[in-house]
Design a protein around this ligand. Sequence first.
Ligand code: ZN
Ligand code: ZN
Length: 255
Amino acid sequence: MRLTILGCAGSVPGPNTAASGYLLEADGFVLGLELGNGTLSQLQEFRSPFDLDALVFSHLHPDHCADFGALTVIRRYHPHWPGGRPTRLPVYGPDDTEQRLVNLYAPNEPERAETDLGDVYEFRPLPSEPVAIGPFVLTAYEVLHPTPAYGLRISHGGVTLAYTGDSGMCPALDVLAHDVDVLLSEASWTDADDRPLGVHLSGVEAGLLAHRSGARRLLLTHIAPWTDRAKIYAEARTTFDGPLELVEQGATYDI
Ligand SMILES: [Zn+2]
Ligand SMILES: [Zn+2]
């Protein structure tokens, strides 16, 4: 499978850098992971928004889903449908995803009476048991964050990627990342004593998670624009001695 980074700025977009958004492709199937601020613009650098075959949200903080309303506009109102009008896009997320995303698009009752987005999307809960999404098999694990949030374990062709989403250290992360080929882990901030606990990982913690779970490669993402990227790398290096990279917007990774 091929991973493309649409955006990897943590918590907020940075200067010319989008917030969280990824594409995962295999066998011609295009799976979108997150659609944070600025990622719809980046998506159009690589793909038509009509190429998406499914979309998955780990959680519904704005830096992971803010461009969803704009995707709705494109898929509903674009005057020149490439290849004909698209089918309803499957959208997976936490249980309240449909309600929250409809409210994002139509903020009051009269507007919601006009549109529930059912013409554009088919909302589905994230699966706690493995489920096939196109050629991928996806399992979601609830992780530790101030809103319902999930890590995603995605397999294809004998290869497995684990994506932490946003999470503080918790036992579910070890299950999520166990023996994976690639761990795409958030590392939002450095390991300072004054950081809030139970929200995000530091570079030290992301490396530790990769080390003890047996991950064979660690890709770090969701680094906040105000965080020193070199320090995050150096921190992760102290706890994980395998292949390690900070992902870059626009980069692709064969997994
Ligand atoms: Zn985030
Ligand atoms: Zn978050």
